[in-house]
Design a binder for this molecule. Structure first.
Ligand code: HEC
Length: 90
């Protein structure tokens, strides 16, 4: 990360979102590790907005978006958790 000012701004804005986001971040890390961690690092998605990540993860998990891997045991709620965790990594 070569843009410390932007990084700081993202940390401040994402941490002020809500307590709801905080609880999702912790379980999101474990879910990300299981669902996506085999092929991705959390930092691969740095700079993406949470909404964008949630849309991507939901599409992948539901099968609407073609993606390597199997996601039948994951849910839309898992996708939200993954997105919250990834967005917190920026
Ligand atoms: C079996 C391996 C594998 C798994 C598991 C996997 N992916 Fe991927 N993913 C890939 C590959 C391969 C690409 C395409 C190569 C690239 O662009 O990095 C990709 C690309 C992506 C992209 C587009 C990259 C970009 O920068 O636009 C997103 C978003 C993504 N994956 C999200 C996820 C999420 C979320 C999960 C977990 C629910 C996941 N992936 C699980 C292999 C995987």
């Amino acid at each position: 990360m070569h843009k410390p000012a932007i990084f700081l701004a993202l940390v401040i804005s994402s941490s002020s979102l809500s307590a709801f986001a905080d609880s999702h971040e912790a379980s999101g890390e474990a879910t990300f590790d299981k669902a996506c961690g085999r092929c991705h690092e959390a930092t691969d998605f740095a700079g993406k907005a949470k909404d964008e990540l949630a849309t991507a993860a939901k599409g992948i998990i539901s099968g609407e978006v073609k993606h390597p891997g199997r996601y039948s045991k994951f849910t839309e709620e898992d996708a939200e958790r993954i997105a919250a965790f990834l967005a917190s990594q920026e």
